[in-house]
Design a protein around this ligand. Structure first.
Ligand SMILES: C[S@@+](CC[C@H](N)C(=O)[O-])C[C@H]1O[C@@H](n2cnc3c(N)ncnc32)[C@H](O)[C@@H]1O
Length: 232
């Protein structure tokens, strides 16, 4: 993977601006149509960066842990549809996402497993090439996926983890603090759009988006604690 920094992400916004614009419009309309039946969690930067990385990396197998109402699921499936290839395996204890993922997005490219991912590890494809984690935000869960999930996906798999930087530092005893410590011990760099941690990232990307005409919000949230990195 190329060095994951704001300049690289900015270039991806330029490269995929037309397709991204269409997905943004579709997601905005879907959100308005579904009202309270869709409670999105990812903010626009997190969702768009996920979409852009999936477009650029073209993974054949993607794993999503934590679908809730299916907001991130819809973004991920939109990227696979636009790639014309790729399959998503999603896991959640609740199945609200199933109602929010239309057949044009899911047909032939989505498998949803209802249940605790810790009891469904065998369903994680061996050829996973992108891992999206937005589930249980406790330290114990982070220790579980570091010890059990990371070893069963290929080396160099791109990973994103939500709820890390709600402030400049992860909260003590949280998922974020466990993951950041693990990354630090291995010298693995990460990228975050978190306005709380790295305000220069969203300042720069806001300028890029304005120039490209991608600045009408899809949803109003400035909460973007996600990190993006690559496994060793
Ligand atoms: C923050 S929500 C996900 C939001 C979603 N990614 C979005 O963009 O809207 C977290 C989800 O993780 C699920 N979850 C928590 N622990 C889990 C586990 N052990 N296995 C599978 N899903 C889990 C919860 O049921 C919840 O729906």
């Amino acid at each position: 993977m190329a060095v994951l920094d704001i300049a690289y992400i900015g270039r991806l916004y330029v490269k995929y601006q037309i397709d991204l614009g269409k997905v943004r419009d579709a997601q905005r309309s879907y959100l308005a149509e579904r009202g309270k039946a869709m409670k999105p969690q990812l903010d626009d930067y997190e969702a768009e960066i996920t979409y852009l990385l999936l477009r650029e990396q073209r993974p054949e197998a993607v794993v999503e842990i934590g679908t809730f109402h299916g907001w991130s699921t819809r973004w991920i499936l939109s990227a696979l549809r636009d790639n014309g290839t790729g399959h998503l395996s999603s896991f959640d204890i609740v199945d609200n996402a199933v109602k929010n993922v239309s057949a044009d997005l899911s047909d032939g490219r989505w498998a949803f497993t209802k249940g605790d991912v810790r009891e469904n590890l065998a369903k994680v494809p061996d050829n996973t090439a992108y891992l999206f984690i937005d589930a249980d935000h406790g330290a114990r869960f982070a220790r579980w996926y570091i010890g059990n999930l990371f070893p069963v996906v290929p080396p160099k798999t791109p990973v994103s983890v939500h709820d890390v930087f709600h402030g400049r530092r992860p909260k003590p005893l949280s998922e974020g603090s466990v993951v950041i410590k693990w990354l630090g011990e291995r010298g693995i760099e990460f990228f975050t759009p978190s306005t709380a941690r790295a305000p220069e990232a969203t300042e720069y990307l806001a300028e890029v988006k304005e120039e490209l005409g991608l600045d009408i919000p899809v949803r109003t949230s400035s909460h973007n604690p996600m990190i993006f990195f690559e496994l060793p």
